[in-house]
Design a protein around this ligand. Structure first.
Ligand code: AP5
Length: 225
């Protein structure tokens, strides 16, 4: 992933618990490399908003903080990466999240001749995650991410970039956050060892300030900030 989008022909995976900063860092990486940002959470929320059958299936599961089935997720991801903008590579945010998803991705990447993915793992203390998630606000228009505790907008409730309304995600309530963290422990955390054992994992200290995390990420990706 050394110098610019043209040399990148593989998957970059952002791995970490809910609130680790995957979405925040994905936006910075996209700005630098110009690769498509594939957030399975965002894709599902688009289905919810559009009222599709898939959205109706996923809504109660997401509201409980559990994981949507591998079958649904894999169908959605495989369709998305078959599009022309994914030819040079892509950044996964929130995928894969189970061993089944990781194994299927490996097959798909092999078929595309894309090789092993690079995995950035954001390590963050669990106490910090609850505070981050309960304070998160997202711009309804452009998706910019804020935090009322640590990264507030200049005007309360409004996006600095385009003035859009800032929303709280329904799954950022404390009882749902607890279940999301439990689902991460049960189903997603094993992927850390899965990718470490393949030599694909790079660990980044996600406890640092967002700008410092970005600098580390870009350094790992072979770029200077
Ligand atoms: P998804 O949307 O993927 O949510 P998530 O993984 O729980 O991750 P988040 O988006 O909550 O956190 P993040 O790491 O992106 O943090 P962010 O940068 O926003 O999934 C939602 C649901 O969809 C799942 O529960 C599941 O039901 C379903 N789903 C999605 N993908 C699936 C899959 N593959 N399989 C099955 N089901 C799936 O930051 C959070 C906050 O912290 C922000 O306020 C931000 O400003 C702040 N912050 C960020 N970085 C820092 C920092 N370094 N220091 C201080 N604050 C920071």
């Amino acid at each position: 992933m050394a110098s610019g989008a043209s040399t990148v022909c593989r998957a970059l995976i952002l791995l970490g618990p809910p609130g680790a900063g995957k979405g925040t860092q994905a936006k910075a990486i996209v700005q630098r490399f110009g690769l498509p940002h594939l957030s399975t959470g965002d894709m599902l929320r688009e289905h919810l908003a559009a009222g599709t059958e898939l959205g109706k299936l996923a809504q109660p599961i997401m509201a409980r903080g559990e994981l949507v089935s591998d079958e649904i997720i894999l169908g959605m991801v495989e369709e998305r990466i078959s599009r022309v903008d994914c030819a040079a590579g892509f950044i996964f945010d929130g995928f894969p999240r189970t061993l089944g998803q990781a194994e299927r991705l490996e097959e798909v990447l092999k078929r595309r001749g894309a090789g092993e993915p690079m995995v950035l793992y954001f390590a963050v203390d669990y106490d910090a995650l609850t505070r981050r998630l309960s304070g998160r606000r997202t711009c309804q228009t452009c998706g910019a991410i804020y935090n009322v505790h640590d990264r507030p907008p200049k005007t309360d409730g409004r996006c600095d970039v385009d003035g859009g309304e800032l929303m709280t995600r329904p799954d950022d309530r404390e009882e749902v956050i607890r279940e999301r963290l439990a689902a991460y422990d049960r189903q997603t955390k094993p992927l850390v060892e899965y990718y470490r054992s393949r030599g694909a994992l790079r660990e980044v200290d996600g406890m640092a300030a967002p700008g410092d995390v970005t600098r580390k990420v870009l350094a790992v990706l072979g770029e200077r900030d």
